[in-house]
Write a protein that binds this ligand. Structure first.
Ligand code: ZN
Ligand code: ZN
Length: 352
């Protein structure tokens, strides 16, 4: 079987490209708690792009010490074989599944208090761009019959959009603003619509992404390169600001604007991979003392996945898959990812 490795991490500041290599190796054999998944599709995550390009400052330095490293975590596939315990838990060859990249220990204080995403012994399994993955059964989720494998591969990014929308209390009648019309932003707009938002605005400089957002659930878009985001937000909200702001762009300017367009007592969430040296300017007197604005971070957890898979068929996922390549064309796929033009770039890892 083949699995993709990062063998060199680039340096985006100095325009040095990273290097990827598709390596041939033996098929893994599942241990008792594991399932072997024949991967159908694997999507490239924004975080994968940052990792390869080396755009994460000193965090990239840390990653350089881990080379060669596997990559990818947004997968769908079909179970080929199961370990003894996994079989007992109801997994069987032929199950159509997706998964979360995180394996939790189940025994630390965070796991015991419902905060498994901060598990002290978590094992990230970022090896999804491959023909097969062997994952712990606790990370694997069956797909409903009416969700095809192409769309099932988007479960993890949908879970991020879903988690972000819940973090900022998107609900019936909410006014919601989303910065960034990439994969997560487009999904967040749809999730907000599904949750009953009254007004959904997507703030995005790329014209094609604004058009897509309008088609997929946004009521309005704002071009931050041509329009003043605060003025336009005031127009759209009658100067009230947005109840919920999802910052899905990872851009420093957007991170600061997100607070400016938030209504008093509103909620904003930051979860992108920002430049690790970026510090958010925050005016505690106006934003916090007078306006009680709630600032959230988010690191997603596995417990959201069963709910996410159950609503996949309520989302329009096909138009987000804007590039698709066979696994062997991984270089083209990643160079498309680096352009920042496409919502989702997908690799087909097996014919299933
Ligand atoms: Zn992802
Ligand atoms: Zn734990």
């Amino acid at each position: 079987m083949k699995r993709l490795y990062i063998t060199e991490i680039g340096n985006s500041a100095e325009n040095i490209a990273g290097r990827l290599e598709l390596r041939e190796m033996g098929k893994p054999v599942p241990r008792s708690d594991e399932v072997l998944i024949k991967v159908a599709y694997s999507c490239i995550c924004g975080s994968d792009g940052h990792t390869v390009r080396g755009s994460l400052g000193d965090f990239s330095d840390r990653l350089r010490g881990m080379l060669p490293m596997t990559v990818g975590h947004e997968i769908s596939g079909v179970i080929e074989s199961v370990g003894e315990n996994a079989k007992r838990m109801g997994f069987a060859p032929g199950n159509r599944v997706t998964g979360s990249p995180m394996q939790y220990c189940g025994s630390c204080v965070f796991c015991h208090t419902g905060k498994e995403n901060f598990c002290q012994n978590k094992i990230p399994r970022m090896d999804g761009i491959a023909e097969y993955v062997c994952w712990h059964m606790s990370q694997v989720f069956k797909l409903p019959d009416d969700v095809d494998l192409r769309h099932g591969a988007l479960t993890e990014p949908v879970s991020v959009a879903f988690g972000a929308a819940e973090m900022v209390n998107v609900r019936l009648g909410s006014r919601v603003a989303i910065f960034g019309g990439g994969g997560i932003g487009q999904l967040a707009a749809q999730v907000a619509r599904l949750a009953g938002a009254a007004l959904v605005a997507v703030i995005e400089p790329v014209a094609d992404k604004r058009t897509l957002a309008l088609r997929l659930g946004a009521d309005f878009t704002i071009d931050p390169a041509a329009e003043d985001v605060k003025t336009r937000s005031d127009e759209l909200t009658g100067s009230l600001g947005f109840d919920s702001v999802i910052e899905a762009s990872g851009a420093a300017v957007a991170a600061a604007q997100a607070l400016d367009i938030l209504t008093p007592d509103g909620d904003v969430v930051y979860f992108s991979m920002y430049d690790p040296t970026f510090m958010l300017p925050l005016n505690l007197f106006w934003q916090q003392y007078w306006q009680q604005k709630h600032i959230h971070g988010m690191f997603n957890s596995n417990d959201i996945f069963p709910r996410v898979t159950s609503v996949l068929n309520r989302l329009e996922l096909e138009s987000l898959i804007q590039r698709e390549y066979p696994l062997s064309d991984y270089e083209q796929a990643f160079s498309d990812q680096f352009t920042g033009k496409y919502a989702k770039v997908m690799l087909k890892c097996n014919d299933l």
